[in-house]
Write a protein that binds this ligand. Sequence first.
Ligand code: NAD
Length: 482
Amino acid sequence: MPHFQMYINGSWCDAASGATYDAINPATAKPFATVSKGSREDAQRAVIAANEAQREWKRLPLWERSALCIKVADILDRRKAEIADILTTELGKPRHGEADMEASEASVPWRVAAETAKYFEGHTKPSQDAKKRVLTFWKPRGVVAVLTPWNFPAAIPGEYLPFAIVMGNTVCWSPAPTAAATAAKLMECIHEAGIPKGVINLVTGPGAEVGDELVVNPGTHAIGMTGSPGTARIIAARAGLKPRMFELGGNGPVIVLPDADIARIAPSIAFACYFAAGQVCSCSERIFVADNLHDELAEAMVHESRKFISGDPLDPKVIMGPQNNLAVVQKIEKHLQDALSKGARIVAGGKRPDRLGFFFEPTVLTNLPIDSLANHEETFGPIAKLRSFKNDDEAWKFINACNLGLVSSVFTRDVDQAWTWAEALNTGITVVNDFNHFWEHHLPFGGMASNDSGSGRIGGRHMLEFMSDLKTIAFNIGNPSI
Ligand code: NAD
């Protein structure tokens, strides 16, 4: 079996303890590799290496740091087939669809960070003191702890790593344990590009140990984490005063207003439910539909759900892969059972198919109860959760029963209604007349302060800002003040 190591201070290494764990292929539930199981000691070594490296790295001209990020992007592009292969083996992503797509786009944020940083200007500021010339500069924060989830393990690290290093920071990165082999593959590309030793360090192992060490260690100076609200709460309690960026879960909603054209929009809504087996923070999840259109949409969703053929991810006909692990499947089942006990109905799917691995059928649930777990929490599975509403007040009661707000969409042909809903929905992004999965790497993405979907904004200059301290220099002309 292959073995995936950590990468600390420019060298591949095993855990100091020598411990390893099995990497599991979720399409078969069988091990395919071993991974180094790091501990606090390994994380501490990475922090020391990152601090040593930062002294030189921050002095390298920005243009040179940017050029190195472009080099990483070129290598990611050249090695995209290898990345797609490991995404299929480790995550069960269909090789000819989702895996290919994610691998092909892995280089994009490296290019966006490299280019945006070159035009990320400071300011000159007017002053009431005529003798002062005041300027602001972006300075690196120091060492950034980056904690990434398993659902897009080739894409999401790119939302942090290049933005951190191009601004002169160094990084200690810990990926989700079930996505560590993909992380090692990305690290190979970073190594091949010649990023100096210690600038990016990869430490694999349990989040509660390795991740926690990176959070609490005084040698890290900012934390970027994508994951679940529960983990973010633990990190927030442990992080002290360190600046932190949290990119957390979502739960829709999608709003279908009475004048929407169901035949036109149903395939789009279904894609946002079932793509990546529903394991996307921006999934449709909850779909609130005007009661005149409910039956038509439910029928269309059942029809669409049948197109999401699951099975062997190497089979070109397969569109939908498995869930990442058994706990994800069990959470889906818990949400469905709870919703059914409170009056929901399953009109398509609803169970594990009869095959090895962590698969779940694409499912359509109707009559989503307001007080159900599926309405309150992210399900993170291929489940379309429908609920009809009679009027706006009723729709808002359902929407507001959930304390998550990352991405929403609204479907209507009425321009006034579209703007009214788009402005009122308490999500970081609202998409009008298209599916929830809209984002590009230069655009801001994140949750709202009033809910649990995260804080801060990834994307383009917003991420560069997070990766920097804003330094003000006041220059005095003439006699000092008395
Ligand atoms: P998770 O919260 O279990 O883990 C996220 C990261 O935190 C992992 O690297 C993990 O090892 C680490 N971690 C776990 N416990 C820790 C601790 N005590 N201290 C420090 N680090 C710790 O999330 P997951 O299951 O890997 O990912 C799924 C979640 O991520 C979903 O909720 C999904 O919505 C969310 N997500 C959000 C976005 C976004 O952009 N908003 C994107 C993708 C995924």
